[in-house]
Design a protein around this ligand. Structure first.
Ligand SMILES: [Zn+2]
Length: 164
């Protein structure tokens, strides 16, 4: 069976469109959706309005993990997501936005009270991949510790306070 170039093109367009919808459904920042799909921002804003009945939030994205860990509760939430994402990465190294979606969805299922949103999760995943931050195990109690993820804080385990 042959696939014509046009059919292939259509498949790519459909796949990209469904990815856009998956991201917008999770309220991903327009700048992230644009980066991941290459679709013009103006069109993405329009689609977001159609989907949610309001404009996407205009504020700037916090573009670093450090911006997401301003208090201990947030730091713990980010650490948990990072540990989940790192486990997924260890099984499949493929750099794919869909992995962020999958891990984020399961994270939200067992951690529904977490304030970490999809855009935050995307930033954490990116920083893990580029080794800006790292999820390690506490040598004393085995809990996950996220290092280099906070400003001016010594790297200690949240559970047993051991320095890592
Ligand atoms: Zn510990």
């Amino acid at each position: 069976m042959f696939i014509t170039a046009y059919e292939l093109y259509c498949q790519v367009v459909v796949a990209r469109h469904s990815l856009v919808m998956e991201l917008l459904k999770r309220h991903a920042r327009i700048s992230i959706v644009h980066k991941e799909t290459g679709i013009p921002k103006q069109l993405l804003r329009k689609t977001y309005r159609e989907l949610h009945g309001r404009s996407p939030s205009p504020g700037a994205l916090k573009y670093s993990t450090q911006g997401l860990t301003r208090n201990l509760k947030k730091y713990k939430e980010v650490t948990l997501f990072a540990a989940c994402f790192q486990t997924a990465e260890s099984k499949n190294q493929e750099n794919d936005i869909r992995k962020v979606i999958t891990v984020f969805d399961s994270y939200k299922m067992f951690c529904s009270g977490s304030q970490l949103d999809f855009s935050g999760a995307w930033v954490v995943a990116r920083d893990l991949r580029t080794k800006q931050i790292e999820a390690v195990k506490c040598p004393h109690c085995g809990a996950s510790v996220l290092i280099k993820a906070r400003e001016d804080v010594s790297e200690r385990c949240c559970v047993c306070k051991t320095c890592v």
